[in-house]
Design a protein around this ligand. Sequence first.
Ligand code: ADP
Length: 223
Amino acid sequence: MHRDIYIFMGPPGAGKGTLSASCIREFGWRQLSTGDLCREQIAAQTEIGKQIDFIIKSGKLISDSLIAAMVEEWLALHKGESSPLILDGFPRTVVQARMFHQALQAKGLLSRVRFVLLEVPDDVVIRRLVQRALCSNKGCQAIYSLEEGSGSLEGKVCQKCGDPLVRRADDQEETIRARLAVYHEHAHDMLRFFEENGYECIKIKGDGSVDAVFSLFKKKIGI
Ligand code: ADP
């Protein structure tokens, strides 16, 4: 884990995945998305996948211990890497933040971590998520916005690779509202935890265009 780490936080639909994709493309950074790890388990129908499928569809959080185990396994698999790492979706609760903080402290790595908060109003993220579609090709995962009122995916394909577009199982309005409520339940305490423990906190207004948000991010981190 001897690398710079960027913790991306923000409500569902804030654009953490999109900003991560820009950093991967332009800087060759790495991304660890706990949401993607969960969805991989579900797609592979593992024991864990079967347990968490329902929880994710209801918009609730997976247990801290299960998430910690998945993160540890991922970090062990990638421990030889040195490019900066984006944590997308982890830590998500104060319990997870404390566990991670202790692990970093033990390794003397606290100074290499920056915390990035993408701020986007609830009405904007709800609009984005009800319109969100993704490429079904796991190696592509391009993100699209369906035009308002044209919710059907019938015949729609990815412009990059030609595979069909799909919706995420948890991008239904009721589930989106549940995910947002869970986010707000934890966000304030998480922010306080990071501030109190001396992390550098970078706040970015995330309701602009993809390019505008990426430019803001580069400016704030001095690239
Ligand atoms: P979003 O941020 O858009 O809600 P993610 O792809 O990050 O989506 O996560 C999808 C779901 O995966 C979450 O709603 C939650 O159920 C589960 N999940 C992801 N990361 C965590 C985490 N760190 N702790 C608990 N549950 C998580």
